[in-house]
Design a protein around this ligand. Structure first.
Ligand SMILES: [Mg+2]
Length: 455
């Protein structure tokens, strides 16, 4: 009897499901498709026993030094990450005792524990490097490119922008930019130091800030470069020297006729009120952010207050892939665009390319090493040239999609040692606090227990 009831229910539910499937049609098929797609994900390397075992580093001597880290696991999968250019690897290695023994795939929980050790500028480099390495590991384990872990692909290649060294002679400066154009670049930036004109009579005031006459001289450089790259080609400007808000407004208004893509870091990023005042007074777009870590307490004030037209995170400071994706998405809601700063190695570069591939509000990402032929030789696994006619292809290989070219990296080490053991970082050296530790306390009987916390 029971069996018959079951059979009847089965037949009824089968009929219902078939009828529903017929009614829903394409949706039913799509759902079935996604279930079978999930079953194709390779999870062979994702057992619960996957653990972080070690973190090591080396430092490449380059235009700015590139501190590169490796996070190792107990199952021969490792991840690569990079600390902010001109930073040092110690800012990542001090995080090692908080990671060893943890599951590298629980990326958000691991990063939450490290957030107290991250801050703006180079102090964001350790957290950011760990984020990259964890995404490299997770991508390799799940068999997906790193961009898949933070979003979906909005573009197959990343537009690159670059500047060049400046020169007091506008013609020579413009010729240097012509060489950038001949490399195939489609987006340019120029340093516009006020010092370029400081030795001309009447060009700067007592604070070294350009007078009206000096601004006219600075505009000669923009004009010379515009004549070379074209008046409709994206061109940004940076490094004006220390300016106050009123100075910045004068500069930005003088540049309006050249329709710059942005004027960068005119006043310090912490002064969002000043940036907002500048932005509200000029048509020149205003951008900042290369030294900002994180959304909360970092980019949020710039975005919430509409203080800038575009933000400029450097993924080696801003918090790696996960946090930078959050920042970019939050900016998109406010209509703020995202350009990306970068002056590091291809390791941090590819972390940025994966992340930028998912942005809806992306402009371009910097490359600061176009004059260093061995920059792209530091890594293998991706098509060369990495920057091809001004764009980088987003890899489809698992993780970041790159391996280090050990021989080339070893040729350019700042100091001897290549991913040597780091036992000096086994114990906490900046903070021993952890909840639930055996700290000195009164026990339930009111007796003072002077426990040794590190045992
Ligand atoms: Mg800059």
């Amino acid at each position: 009897m029971k069996k018959n009831t079951q059979n009847r229910i089965s037949r009824r539910s089968l009929f219902r499901n078939t009828a529903a499937a017929a009614a829903l049609g394409p949706l039913f098929k799509a759902t079935q498709g996604s279930v079978s797609a999930q079953s194709r994900v390779n999870r062979n390397s994702a057992p619960s026993g996957l653990k972080i075992t070690d973190m090591r580093a080396c430092r490449v001597a380059a235009n700015y030094d590139y501190p590169i880290i490796k996070i190792f696991t107990n199952q021969d999968v490792y991840g690569l990450g990079e600390v902010r250019d001109a930073g040092v690897e110690g800012i990542a290695l001090i995080l090692k005792p908080y990671l060893v023994g943890k599951d590298p795939l629980t990326i958000e929980a691991n990063l939450r524990g490290l957030r107290q050790f991250a801050n703006h500028g180079r102090m964001g480099g350790g957290y950011s490097a760990v984020d990259m390495a964890l995404h490299d590991i997770a991508g390799k384990v799940y068999g997906v490119p790193a961009y898949r872990l933070v979003g979906s692909k909005q573009r197959d290649r990343i537009r690159i922008y670059a500047d060049t060294t400046d020169h007091k002679d506008p013609k020579i400066y413009a010729e240097r930019m012509r060489k950038r154009k001949e490399m195939g670049l489609t987006f340019f930036k120029m340093d516009l130091h006020t010092e370029l004109v400081a030795d001309r009579p009447g060009a700067v005031n007592e604070r070294g800030v350009a007078t009206e006459k000096g601004l006219g001289y600075l505009c000669e450089y923009i004009e010379a470069i515009r004549d070379v790259i074209g008046w409709g080609t994206p061109l940004a400007a940076d490094h004006f020297g220390p300016l106050n808000v009123k100075d910045a407004i004068r500069y930005a208004k003088a540049f309006e006729q050249y329709q710059l893509s942005w004027a960068e870091d005119m006043v310090p990023w912490t002064n969002w009120q000043g940036l907002k005042e500048i932005r509200n007074t000029t048509t020149t777009p205003i951008l900042t952010g290369e030294d900002v870590f994180g959304l909360r307490g970092g980019f949020d004030a710039l975005i919430d207050n509409h203080a800038v037209d575009a933000i400029h995170p450097d993924i080696e400071t801003s918090g790696g892939l996960l946090e930078t994706k959050r920042i970019a998405d939050y900016a998109a809601l406010a209509g703020v665009q995202v350009a990306m700063h970068h002056a590091g190695s291809p390791v941090g570069g590819f972390a940025g390319y994966h992340c930028a591939a998912t942005f809806s509000n992306f402009l371009a990402m910097e490359n600061h090493a176009l004059d260093m032929p061995w920059w792209q030789d530091l890594v293998a696994g991706v098509p060369k040239p990495i920057v091809d006619k001004g764009y980088v292809a987003v890899p489809e290989r698992p993780g970041l999609g790159i391996e280090l070219n050990d021989d080339v990296v070893k040729e350019h080490l700042r100091r001897p040692g290549y991913f040597e053991p780091t036992p000096m970082f086994d114990d906490p050296i900046v903070s021993g606090f952890h909840p639930g530790g055996a700290w000195p306390h009164f026990d339930e009987n009111g007796k003072w227990c002077n426990c040794v916390s590190y045992q």
